[in-house]
Ligand binder design. Sequence first.
Ligand code: F3S
Length: 392
Amino acid sequence: MYLTRDEQAILDGEKGAGAQKAMELVTALGKIYGADSLVDITSAHLSGASYKTIGEGGLKYLSDMVEGGAMVSVPSTLNPVGMDRGRWKEMHISPEFAEKQLKIIDLYGRMGIQKTCSCTPYIGENVPSLGDHVAWAESSALSFVNSYIGARTNREGGPGALAAAILGKTANYGLHLDENRAPTVVIDVDEFGGSVFDHSMLGQAVGMKMGKGVPYFRGISPTVEDAKTLSAAMAAAGSVALWHAEGATPEAGNYSIDGLEHIHIGKKELEAAYDKLNTVEDVQLIAIGCPHLTPKEMHDIASLLKGKKKKNKDVEIWFCTSEKVRSECPEDVKVMEEFGPVLADTCMVVAPIEGTFQRTATNSAKAGNYLPTLCSQKVRFADIATLMAVVE
Ligand code: F3S
């Protein structure tokens, strides 16, 4: 792989141990995947922010990077952490966990990373443009920016995205290249309701059917909320990192779909996706906001709940969003808080909920996939109105 003189100097340790470690990682990835050079990036989004997911090993890695003088060189944001920084007691979090979590956030901050912690930075703090090369971790967010915005990122892991953020560069392979952004299969969608929850089921169905690849949808016209949910579901049920929708996404017209395999998704496939995620009826926690709620979703939920009372006190409800969105929607928050806390910068999957709950409901196919494996939960999967009827 070709390196410029400056890049080689970083690899030789001339810019400090942190930058050297970053260059070692990025060039190693480039060699594995056949990159011919590095490419400049305009932003990074990092995962691996919860103490639950990275543990002591991750904490030590971050401490070493800070001690080595690592500092990001492009705007960089952070994924949700294991708790709401101000309301962790309401989440049944122990003081020991809280202390470690705050340390992790502090370490990221010392490397120049924005300490807002959300999986939807593209609706506020970190918005790439069409054609930008970026290095994003968080499977739902990177699929959204690849697909709905037309920025270019591979499915980065946390350390890879951090290394790229430090260098302002990543290895030029995979979805950074035109040829790998072409559709690989056509998804013909019919008998489709079109709600956000329908997009969650659609993503689950497509992820289950195709695993990986680049789907080209016909028959959908997703909004931002639909696209965020669809991206999350396909990334979790499969490993889709880029999709196109005819007439709706920026690169859909760039490639021919002649001769591609077609997959049909209708009522039967959506029902199979729904059934796959439902493993329990009665729940202890209803967790909404995977990926994090947008201002529109906050408003829609508040409208649904306005004037109603929570009668079933045995079931907890959490609404998850970013600090930015929570602070922008005070009226909606007030209505929602009658039912449960609006938690910022955390979520039901990266929080250690398994210490308190065993049965959780969600409207998100991504959460529906991860709650059993990462949080030992049985899951109820349904739309928000159905879930809220449980407690009214
Ligand atoms: Fe975001 Fe957590 Fe879901 S990070 S995409 S809310 S699993």
